[in-house]
Write a protein that binds this ligand. Structure first.
Ligand code: NAP
Length: 251
C-alpha cells in the first residue's frame, strides 16, 4: 500500500517544476491529485503526462476569486481533501531601486496574498488530521541582493505556516513549510534569467553538494510531510538546499 493511499491532494502550480514532480510522486504513492495552473495548455499537457488519477482546475493564484472557484470545484467534486500543497509562485529579480508598485503588487498577490486566501478558501474542505505544506524558499532568510520582493513574499509564508500550525492544531491539521535552495526548474527563465546566463557551473560550485537540486528531491520531502509518517511534525520548516544555508560562504 502506497504512503499516500486513499489521500486526495490539491497542488497549486502543478504544471511545471516542483509542483509537477510532487504530483508525480503523490500519484506514485497512491494519492488522487488535482493540480492547478493559469495556462490551460500547459495544465492539460501536465495532466496528460501525469496520467490516471490526475485532475486539474485553471486558477490564477494571484486572483482571490479563482481561489473561491477552486474551492467550489473541489467541494462539488471531492467533498473533502487531505493534502493542500501551496506551491505556485515565482517572480522577477532586480535592484531594489527599480522595483515598481506594479511588480511589487503582482508578486505579493501571487506568492503571498494568493497563497493566504487559497488556504483560507480550501481550509473548510480539509479533513481533520489533514495537512498543509507551504512552499517557501531559502530566500526568506538568505538576504540575496536583487530579491527584496520575492524574499519578502516567501518570508511571509514562513510566518503564516507557524501561525496556522498553532491555529489548526485543534483540528489535528499539520502545517509545515519547505524552503528549497536553487532547484533546476523553468523558474529562472521565467524570472528573466536565460539558462545560459544562469551559469549553472558557478552556482553549482557555490553549493556544498556541488550541484543544483532536482524538483524530485523536493517532492520526496513534501510527500513525507504529507504522509502519516510525519504525524508528529507541525509548525516546522525544512531546507532542501544542498547545504547552502548552513555554509553560505563556501565558494
Ligand atoms: P516553475 O517550474 O516555474 O513552477 C511554478 C509553477 O507555479 C508553474 O506551474 C507556474 O505556472 C505556477 N504559477 C506561478 N504563478 C502562478 C499563479 N499566479 N497562479 C497559478 N499558478 C502559478 O518553478 P518551480 O521552481 O517549480 O517553483 C515552484 C515553487 O518553488 C515556487 O513557489 C517557487 O517560488 C519555489 N522555489 C523555487 C526554487 C527554485 O530554485 N526552483 C527555489 C526556492 C523556491 P506557469 O507555468 O504558468 O508559470
Amino acid at each position: 500500500m502506497g504512503l499516500l493511499q486513499n489521500k486526495t491532494a490539491v497542488i497549486t502550480g502543478g504544471n511545471s517544476g516542483i509542483g509537477y514532480a510532487t504530483a508525480a510522486d503523490f500519484l506514485e504513492k497512491g494519492a488522487k491529485v488535482l493540480i492547478t495552473g493559469r495556462r490551460p495548455d500547459a495544465v492539460q499537457q501536465a495532466v496528460d503526462a501525469l496520467g490516471n488519477g490526475t485532475d486539474s482546475f485553471i486558477a490564477d493564484q494571484g486572483k482571490i476569486e479563482d481561489a473561491a472557484k477552486l474551492a467550489e470545484y473541489v467541494r462539488d467534486r471531492y467533498g473533502k481533501i487531505d493534502i493542500l500543497f501551496v506551491n505556485a509562485g515565482g517572480g522577477k529579480f532586480g535592484n531594489f531601486a527599480d522595483v515598481t508598485e506594479e511588480v511589487f503588487d503582482s508578486m505579493m498577490d501571487s506568492n503571498l496574498k494568493g497563497a493566504f486566501f487559497t488556504v483560507q478558501h480550501l481550509l473548510p474542505l480539509i479533513n481533520d488530521g489533514g495537512t498543509i505544506i507551504l512552499l517557501s524558499s531559502v530566500n526568506a532568510y538568505a538576504g540575496m541582493p536583487g530579491s527584496a520582493v520575492y524574499s519578502a513574499t516567501k518570508a511571509g509564508l514562513n510566518s503564516l505556516g507557524r501561525t496556522l500550525s498553532r491555529e489548526l492544531a485543534g483540528r489535528k491539521i499539520r502545517v509545515n513549510v519547505v524552503n528549497p535552495g536553487p532547484i533546476d526548474t523553468p523558474i529562472f527563465e521565467k524570472a528573466g534569467i536565460p539558462r545560459e546566463a544562469l551559469n549553472h557551473e558557478l552556482l553549482a560550485a557555490r553549493m556544498p553538494l556541488g550541484r543544483l537540486g532536482l524538483p524530485e528531491e523536493v517532492a520526496k520531502l513534501v510527500s513525507f510531510l504529507s504522509s502519516d509518517e510525519a504525524s508528529f511534525i507541525t509548525g516546522a520548516e525544512y531546507n532542501v538546499d544542498g547545504g547552502l544555508t548552513v555554509h553560505p560562504l563556501i565558494a
